[in-house]
Design a protein around this ligand. Sequence first.
Ligand code: ZN
Length: 416
Amino acid sequence: MGVIGLGARAEARCRELSRPPYSEDPNALTRTYLTPPHRAAMDRIAGWMRETGMSIREDEAATLVGRLEGTKPGSPALVFGSHIDSVRDAGCYDGPLGVMLALACVEAIAAAGRRPPFAIEIVAFGDEEGSRFQTSMNASRAFVGRLAEVKLDVRDRDGTTLADALTAFGRDPTRIASVTRERSSVLAFVEPHIEQGPVLETAGAALGVVTSIAGQWRLKVRFAGRAGHAGTTPMHLRADALAAAAEAVLAAERIATEGPADLVATVGQVAAKPGAPNVIPGHAEITIDVRAGTDPVRDEGLRQIEAAIAEIAMQRGVKVEVERVQNLPAARMDARLQGLLKRAAEKFGHAAPELVSGAGHDAMMLADFAPTAMLFIRCAGGISHNPAESVTPEDCEAALGVLLAFVDVFAAEQPE
Ligand SMILES: [Zn+2]
């Protein structure tokens, strides 16, 4: 099989991995961390890796690592990777496509009898989505040495701790520190991933180069007004907590719409109490998710939204409490690697526009550890985290071609 077929095969392998025994659900893809489908997928992928001549190991966070030695055995590695776990009712490309494209890249290199001057590794992380335990990206956190953030005592909904799940999977959680890589063993990290948004499709581009992974603030905003009878309380004597929350929803939307293009704000949850049709809501709670490609833009968006909320509460005579529940700083991708990816794409006549990733990825964890880049692949309608997730074999061929060219331009830059 020539290079032409390998990208399409990467796409087909993602579909193969979306069915039992690689899914917990016979009718949809659900593959969560440290479950039998996770084991089955690792074994299948390890088999494909072995066929290419890679050596295989599994670290104590249950990350599968395949390695193709370069011309000098034991040399540092160019590491490709993504995740092989999924959300519930997932599409089959979010995560696995990056691993399958990396595998296709190694297959093409091995089939050509070529060896780059460095090793190539493929890592398949098992818990990017955090679908089983409340925490996500433990495997990549451990990989880069952020061990304090790896909480082994978190429990899944059946009460099983992460430590016990690792043990049952054949790993040793007491040796989790052994997962952390020597900084000098990783030359760079590249994560190919479906875009999960509509930007590339709208631009008519098969591929894109990520400039940064958006930083995120997550807020809980609680309004406290006065509950009252919906029939007997005149409008001017009310302190309606839900009406204040509704105004806050629109303020967040307006601020993000009028702000820089990469600033987005979303209210995804609304709750009102007491929640009866004939009672004025005395309490209302909303979540606000604020993201942007850089922290200054994200933080200025947050500042304006919080100021607007305070003003709304004052005008309406309700109390408000804003809790900042999550703060994920933006992760910048490496400028030199971005340039190399663009150059590799141009070799194939692909413009590969730059874009910000609004979603989080393992690459966020790697970015502070080693030079890190992401190559995005167009997906139909921007749909993701949904069985309708779709990429074309042609776009996968294009991505493979770019990854192969990237290995060449990256090799040309290495010191002798
Ligand atoms: Zn993903």
